[in-house]
Design a protein around this ligand. Structure first.
Ligand SMILES: [Fe+2]
Length: 296
């Protein structure tokens, strides 16, 4: 389940079977990881680089269930002032926050998200000669005393009992917070949901679950990949149960989501911005791969 990015054939078969592959040395140079990490912490202290995020602490005090609030509850967002106090303070109020426009603010990311190898993996996995980059996000998760979030429990992203083939996705996750001794916070069940042989009701019960909630016979499929600094991992988020543990230090993860242009996610792709300069420098294949993004 551990490969180098050019080991395409064994990588693809492992990805199909287990729903995850770790790509070792995805980022060749350690200084690139350190640079992105440094920039990220700088952004975390400046509200102009940060997206809206719920003040969970405030919601808890007011006994508001965050699962039921809508975007109209503007008074529950962290304020500009709260954000400008710096992440060391506001990380006590929320579990995570997203950096805005990651491809504009961290242009270093593009070569890992849109590499020839990634395009090749997507073409083979989705069995199409026109896979697409559908989404990019950079999310920072905090160590704090707040209750866990949804992502800290096992789930599939679409939460559907059956995922249509046109809705299949792949996610690339690249961590930037790991030290040499760390192994990451991600866990996954390395068996496709179709092979669990459970009914719809049992399936729904496993959304938002913990390892112990899975029947004993599935415990051998629980897998915590050893994700090293400079590595990334590709997984199938709709067909395999997965989660990330609450971090014990600020967790920095870049996500790229890939699929077919028919996917529901393609409606959101135009929100992702890339500079014209970077886009024009891509090869023809990569231009096609990123054609749904907005060029600025
Ligand atoms: Fe997920």
């Amino acid at each position: 389940m551990y490969f180098l990015k050019n080991q395409i054939t064994p990588l693809i078969s492992s990805l199909n079977k287990n729903g995850i592959v770790v790509i070792n040395s995805l980022i060749e140079k350690e200084y690139v990881v350190n640079k992105i990490k440094r920039k990220c912490f700088k952004f975390l202290n400046n509200s102009k680089y940060l997206d809206k995020s719920f003040n969970i602490k405030k919601a808890l005090k007011k006994k508001i269930d965050l699962n039921t609030v809508t975007i109209h509850k503007k008074n529950l967002f962290l304020t500009k002032n709260e954000l400008n106090t710096g992440y060391k303070k506001f990380s006590r109020l929320t579990n995570s926050i997203e950096l805005i426009d990651p491809l504009l603010n961290l242009p270093e990311l593009i070569e890992y998200i849109v590499s020839d190898e990634i395009i090749n993996i997507c073409s083979k996995h989705f069995k199409t000669n026109s896979p697409r980059l559908l989404y990019v996000a950079f999310r920072c998760y905090f160590k704090n005393n707040l209750p866990p979030s949804d992502v800290n429990y096992y789930h599939t992203d679409d939460r559907k009992f059956v995922t249509k083939s046109g809705e299949n996705l792949l996610k690339l996750a690249i961590p930037f917070h790991l030290d040499k001794k760390d192994s990451g916070e991600y866990s996954q069940l390395i068996i496709n949901k179709k092979k669990l042989k459970i009914n719809k009701r049992e399936f729904s019960k496993l959304q938002h679950s913990e390892a112990r909630d899975f029947p004993k016979k599935f415990h051998k499929f629980l897998f915590h990949p050893n994700v090293k600094k400079r590595s990334g991992y590709v997984f199938d988020p709709n067909n395999f149960f997965h989660k990330a543990s609450k971090p014990n230090k600020t967790r920095l993860i870049c996500y790229a989501v890939y699929g077919k242009k028919t996917s529901y996610l393609s409606k959101k792709t135009k929100k992702i911005k890339i500079t014209k300069k970077i886009f024009n420098n891509l090869n023809e294949n990569a231009k096609k791969f990123t054609c749904l993004l907005t060029k600025t």
